[in-house]
Design a protein around this ligand. Structure first.
Ligand SMILES: Nc1ncnc2c1ncn2[C@@H]1O[C@H](COP(=O)(O)OP(=O)(O)OP(=O)(O)O)[C@@H](O)[C@H]1O
Ligand SMILES: [Mg+2]
Length: 325
């Protein structure tokens, strides 16, 4: 059974010009132990998707669909129930550590607090476990660092603290939104190893948002490609990287330089492809990518494209795709 099942999720921000639909009927699932990458250009709704799962977008935001996790629909939980899920059954690593860390509380007490709240540990046990977590994520001299404040740490160390916090309660699901963008290359590799190792040890599922195709190739089992808040393609990492079928995915991959010297997967950040992402207030009756698509036909503008299975474990949302026979 899936660990988490996002079912036709839409996220709407009310505005003067009507509802802005940042996520539009998105469905995907993550199995226990599986790492699913969400990729797409800037503004395609990746962060809004995971913020919706965590219910962190504020009271004015509207959701449609369901997010089934451990037998419940997270979208239907009360705020009090949701607080028991966050940082406990679902851990989240944010792009910017300071959004998750309290600047006026020592890192040790922040981790310990979450353990007391969710696990009912005593003061003493929670501190011991916090120390253990800090050393697990590779913080040097953790017995000294544990009493420091976030600003006393480097960016890479703060990212590690956030990972320690996200993992402290042994989450079933780990969400990582661009966990390494702000870090230098060496630290990036260490942080990614850490996420992979911990996820494997816990058997946790991972939702990983990244711009970096090298990271996708290295960490992801499956890839969801999103455009304008909609899924355009889904498949195993090998299928998506080696045999991309949607014109948008192909554009993304072509815009990304190949790993120098290597014939294998491309590396580096995805760059933009020509044209612009549609505005959130635009009503898109047909395919959202149609205005930018070199292969578009008149019907693409009018009708929503179907989901076409093109291989085992490979789905393309495009009218032109040939179904597997
Ligand atoms: N609170 C909000 N109110 C209105 N619009 C929002 C809000 N938060 C995000 N958006 C819009 O929703 C769209 C999707 O944003 P999102 O942050 O999910 O993009 P993203 O795919 O994570 O991009 P990036 O790769 O740059 O992080 C964008 O057009 C953004 O401007
Ligand atoms: Mg984002």
């Amino acid at each position: 059974m899936a660990l988490i099942e996002v079912d036709a999720l839409s996220t709407l921000f009310p505005s003067g010009e009507g509802d802005l639909r940042a996520v539009d009927g998105l469905s995907f699932a993550v199995q226990p132990g599986e790492t699913v990458a969400i990729v797409g250009e800037s503004g395609s709704g990746k962060s809004v998707t995971v913020m919706s799962i965590m219910r962190l977008l504020g009271a004015a935001t509207r959701h449609e669909g369901a997010v089934r996790f451990e037998g419940r629909d997270l979208l239907a939980l009360s705020e009090a129930e949701m607080r028991k899920v966050r940082g406990n059954r679902i851990g989240m690593i944010f792009q910017e550590p300071m959004t998750a860390l309290n600047p006026v509380q020592t890192i040790g007490s922040q981790i310990a607090e979450s353990l007391r709240l969710h696990r009912g540990l005593s003061r003493r046990d929670s501190r011991a476990r916090a120390l253990e977590m800090l050393s697990l994520v590779g913080i040097p001299a953790p017995e000294r660092r544990i009493d420091e404040y976030p600003h006393q740490l480097s960016g890479g160390m703060r990212q590690r603290v956030m990972i320690a916090m996200a993992l402290a309660c042994d989450p079933a699901l780990l969400i990582a939104d661009e966990p390494t963008t702000a870090l230098d290359v060496t630290v990036q590799a260490q942080i990614l190893d850490l996420i992979r190792e911990q996820a494997r040890k816990l058997g946790a599922g991972v939702i990983l948002i990244t711009h970096d195709l090298g990271v996708v190739a290295e960490l992801a089992d499956r890839v969801i490609v999103v455009y304008a808040g909609r899924k355009v393609e889904e498949g195993t990492a090998a299928e998506i990287l080696d045999r991309p079928r949607h014109p948008y995915t192909r554009g993304l991959l072509e815009a990304t330089p190949r790993l120098r010297g290597g014939g294998g997967h491309r590396a580096g950040r995805m760059t933009e492809i020509p044209g612009n992402v549609p505005g959130l207030a635009e009503i898109l009756a047909g395919c959202a990518f149609e205005p930018r698509c070199a292969h578009a036909q008149p019907c693409c503008r009018i009708e929503r494209p179907p989901e076409v299975p093109v291989a085992q474990d490979h789905l393309v949302v495009c009218r032109r795709a040939e179904p597997v026979s």
